[in-house]
Write a protein that binds this ligand. Structure first.
Ligand code: HGY
Ligand code: MN
Ligand code: MN
Length: 416
């Protein structure tokens, strides 16, 4: 006889409809989303999530970073909760599924337990981490980083966006500054379900990614100081060209990443020229180099090499060069017991699966510092993410949510 809940599946249509409903908030311009953290759209998405959770009988807690914790009680009041979540904030040209899939799959898991009147020993808490993306306020995974003790609350509150607004002020402005001390909550376990954001699962024709590790990351913010001068009348030998230094550094970062293949990446997503006028050579250029690899020593070697070569490039052009690490985490190994439960759930449910290392960073990376943690992944079309054309199938979405359901419920222990 099958054990209780043996072949349970979540409600695929209800999960999909919730994702599509959330996607209507903070729409992008090409079918995706622009629901950046602590904007009014983020606030609207939070309210919708809260409404759905309270309709499912969950009670809300919010901490001082604005992270939302929605609790379904367990039968044992002393048992630490099993947390399951991700993030509702998006990139400026984000997709509908990055982060959202994991938060709403957590809610769907609870809705399914409610439908079947299944009780668990451990409470289950669905989490919407604030500012996972780090697009507006660097670094990424800021709130989960404070939760794990990697950043202070003051540091986080002082982070500024490109308009000079601070995280703390914007959090108060949208009315989502909670009272809970950040990190006071203790977890029995943490699970996160996420789209792969890479091409491997689709290329290997696998429905489930059993995430064993996550690659480490450095975000190195360079400030190059040149000399503002007329782009027309300044002779080439009189220029102190910070823009040229930037270009040579970009080329060097590409070369360092390629020299460290396989399993290394490097690039730049954000640049700020000042004064950013067509006929003025930039006086200041600020950009963030993003390097990642699962190999700890390679990660540190790449960082050292990029910083020393950038200094040399700038010196040759007479350009000032300073660098600040504005984001970092070492490669992460997820909890083998929880990883095993994800793999066993995929096998039990008959879903094709493979072990995978996460290319993107996730709140699970910081949760893993304070509790046993792991992830479940589903494929995404063409491996595309952080692009409004990000796409998944309903079947992929629900297969991963089924696996999440079984791994979480096994960990939370059904009470018959
Ligand atoms: O940067 C990351 O890997 C994540 O998408 N925030
Ligand atoms: Mn994400
Ligand atoms: Mn993302």
């Amino acid at each position: 006889m099958a054990a209780p809940g043996e072949n349970l599946r979540i409600n695929a249509d209800r999960l999909w409809d919730s994702i599509m409903e959330m996607a209507k908030i903070g729409p992008g311009v090409a079918g995706g989303n622009n629901r950046q953290t602590l904007t009014d759209a983020d606030g609207e998405g939070r309210h919708l999530f809260r409404k759905w959770c309270e309709k499912a009988g969950l009670t809300m807690g919010v901490d001082r970073m604005g992270t939302m914790f929605m609790t379904r009680p367990g039968t044992d009041p002393d048992a630490l909760p099993v947390y399951v979540g991700s993030h509702l904030d998006t990139q400026p040209t984000g997709g509908k599924y990055d982060g959202v899939l994991g938060v709403l799959a957590g809610l769907e898991l609870v809705r399914t337990l409610n439908d079947l009147d299944i009780r668990t020993k451990h409470p289950i808490v669905v989490v919407n981490w604030a500012n996972e993306e780090g697009a507006r306020f660097a670094p990424a995974m800021l709130a989960s980083g404070v939760f794990a003790g990697m950043h202070t609350l003051d540091y986080a509150y002082g982070r500024k966006d490109l308009d000079g607004k601070t995280y703390g002020d914007e959090l108060k402005r949208i009315g989502w500054q909670g009272g809970e001390e950040v990190g006071a909550r203790k977890m029995h376990a943490y699970f996160e379900y996420h789209i792969e954001q890479g091409p491997i699962l689709e290329a290997q024709d696998k429905q489930i990614g059993v995430v064993t590790h996550c690659q480490g990351l450095w975000w190195l913010e360079f400030t190059l100081t040149g000399k503002e001068a007329h782009t027309g009348s300044t002779p080439m030998n009189m220029r102190v060209n910070a823009g040229l230094a930037m270009a040579r550094i970009f080329e060097m970062v590409q070369r360092v990443a390629m020299e460290n293949q396989p399993g290394a990446v490097g690039g730049v997503g954000q640049v700020k020229f000042s004064p950013n006028s067509r006929n003025v050579l930039p006086g200041r250029v600020v950009f963030t180099v993003d390097i990642r690899t699962p190999d700890q020593s390679k990660l540190d070697r790449m960082r050292a090499g990029i910083e020393s070569q950038a200094a040399k490039i700038a010196a040759e052009l007479g350009v000032g060069c300073s660098v600040e690490a504005v984001g970092h985490f070492d490669p992460v190994t997820f909890d083998p017991t929880l990883v095993g439960r994800v793999r066993a759930a995929a096998e039990k449910l008959g879903y094709s699966h493979m072990d995978i290392i996460s290319g993107a960073g996730h709140d699970a990376c910081w949760a893993a510092k304070v509790a046993p943690a792991t992830m479940v992944m589903c494929p995404c079309v063409g491996g595309l993410s952080h692009n409004e054309a990000e796409d998944i199938s309903k079947e992929w979405a629900s297969a991963g949510a089924d696996v999440l359901f079984h791994a979480v419920v096994e960990t939370a222990e059904i009470v018959v």
